[in-house]
Ligand binder design. Structure first.
Ligand code: CO
Length: 497
């Protein structure tokens, strides 16, 4: 039997900066490294999805499809991968099937190759629609098992989920350990079990938060994992993925060690170190080091970095430890749900409210929805008192169906709303507007009154062959890219006469 090298997927353009720099890497910064990343031979480049879309429209004034277009242009050889939260798309609540379908179709049109689809509760009914849409678009559907630990979770349970994912027609399975909780031998057991029972490739994703990410990968590789996700320092290690070069060194003399070019990796690290310094307002030494408490709190890497900022904004920075200690309690009450966006944020906010006002004195609407079944089936039972309180406060009984079945189609309404506001009414804008309505409007107001506004320019993209139009005027605009002082700038040119 020939020995097949393990494949590394690279996460620096998505999870790397989401975990270590509050998701603030801009398209312009990415453009500096994308061409070189494309030459390394990674299995995939994770370039889109997760929190990057939220952060892009909210903080960077970037239209998400424009980033995808730019990165596809600069890194055309390596398959691009995105993280999709099933029925939540890239938001925190459920969307109707037609919005999920339109989102997947649009992303596929803009070149997305691999869709890693997960549901925070591991309720596979919540990834069915997205998986079907990916297959319909002729793209790679990667079904995901979210790893977590609790009295109700066992390696067999995750293996069983993987078997069901293969039966759904997925092209591969990702074991996603969003909080870096996966102990090496458990990684071995799960991958071993999956490789014995499924034919499709198995990919492992973890974080170095608690300090055993690289060891978990090593064990997974020993057990036959086809691929693992790595990033590049300084957007690696700590709350991020293990660094690619470090992982290569950990595999020295291993028969499955892949042969990536060290010189390219070092060059990438140099460039990324410069970008990391530019993002110093969003980076924190605490995210860069091993955190033993992560094993208790089970908070995903991406959330730790954002959550510290949120607590600071709430003037609760000094109560970080208290809020973190409350999280496992909230999680138990909500049926031992895995902590991954959006459940990590929902549990985090509820823990914050519990600490601030007393337990369940202030029941957040989203936590209530989880208790009432509107996010899907929870792995364990909801605490009876918490459920009774949710039913009383909402006046609704617990819902047991597929959550999206309770939702009406929305795309026609979204398109009509956009048209009425004088904004582009295509599906690209429709799906982003569905999730971030104010941000989309703000993006266009900013663009209309652009003049010499500082900061990154919004890149507005409408699908080919239509030429972009200035919102509200119908005037056609063209796009030019200028390089000033070594930096690329997007410029809009207005049609005259
Ligand atoms: Co992750």
């Amino acid at each position: 039997m020939s020995i097949v090298p393990v494949v590394f997927n690279n996460t620096v353009l998505r999870d790397g900066h989401q975990s270590l720099a509050a998701t603030r890497m801009s398209t312009r910064q990415m453009e500096a490294v994308a061409p070189l990343l494309d030459t390394v031979g990674f299995g995939a480049l994770e370039t889109w999805g997760g929190a990057t879309i939220d952060s892009g429209v909210r903080f960077l004034s970037e239209f998400p499809f424009a980033r995808l277009d730019a990165l596809k242009r600069l890194a055309p050889k390596t398959p691009h991968m995105m993280l999709l939260r099933g029925q939540n798309i890239v938001q925190y609540t459920n969307f109707p099937d037609d919005v999920v379908e339109a989102f997947v179709a649009a992303a596929a049109r803009h070149g997305m190759d691999i869709f890693r689809v997960f549901d925070a509760l591991n309720d596979l009914r919540n990834i069915e629609t997205a998986i079907r849409a990916v297959k319909k678009a002729g793209r790679h559907a990667q079904g995901t098992v979210c790893y977590t630990t609790s009295p109700v979770h066992t390696p067999e349970m995750f293996i069983e989920l993987g078997v069901q994912i293969e039966a759904m027609g997925c092209d591969s399975i990702c074991v996603k350990d969003m909080a870096g909780l996966l102990p090496p031998y458990v990684a071995y057991q799960i991958v071993r079990g999956l490789k014995a029972r499924v034919k499709i490739p198995v990919i492992v994703h973890t974080h170095e938060t608690a300090g055993f990410g690289a060891a978990a990968y090593y064990a997974a590789i020993e057990a036959g994992a086809d691929a693992v996700d790595t990033s590049i320092s300084p957007f690696a290690n700590g709350t991020g993925q293990p660094d690619t070069w470090r992982m290569l060194q950990a595999l020295s003399t291993h028969p499955r060690r892949p042969g990536y070019d060290a010189a390219k990796l070092l060059k990438l690290r140099e460039e990324l170190t410069r970008i990391y310094a530019e993002l110093s307002a969003y980076t924190s030494h605490r995210n860069e080091v091993v955190d033993n408490d992560a094993l208790t709190y089970q908070v995903p890497g991406g959330m730790l970095s954002n959550f510290r900022n949120q607590l600071k904004e709430q003037k609760m920075a000094d109560r970080f430890a208290e809020v973190m200690q409350e999280m496992p309690y909230v999680r138990q009450c909500l049926g031992w749900i895995p902590l991954v966006t959006p459940t990590s944020q929902i549990v985090g906010v509820q823990a914050m409210l519990n600490v601030k006002f007393g337990r369940w004195k202030n029941f957040s609407p989203e936590a209530m929805k989880i208790a009432l079944g509107y996010y899907g089936r929870t792995p364990g039972p909801i605490d009876p008192e918490v459920l009774a309180l949710a039913e009383k406060l909402s006046g609704k009984p617990r819902f047991t169906g597929r959550p999206a079945d309770a939702l009406e189609p929305r795309m026609p309404k979204l398109r009509a709303e956009l048209a009425q506001k004088g904004l582009p009414a295509d599906d690209e804008h429709g799906v982003i507007y569905a999730m971030f309505p104010q941000e989309v409007e703000k993006l266009y107001r900013a663009d209309a009154g652009k003049a010499a506004a500082p900061g990154p320019k919004p890149e507005i993209k409408t699908p080919e062959p239509a030429q972009p139009v200035i919102p509200g005027t119908g005037k056609k605009i063209s796009r030019l890219a200028l390089t000033i002082d070594g930096r690329r700038h997007q410029v809009s040119v207005e049609e005259v006469g």
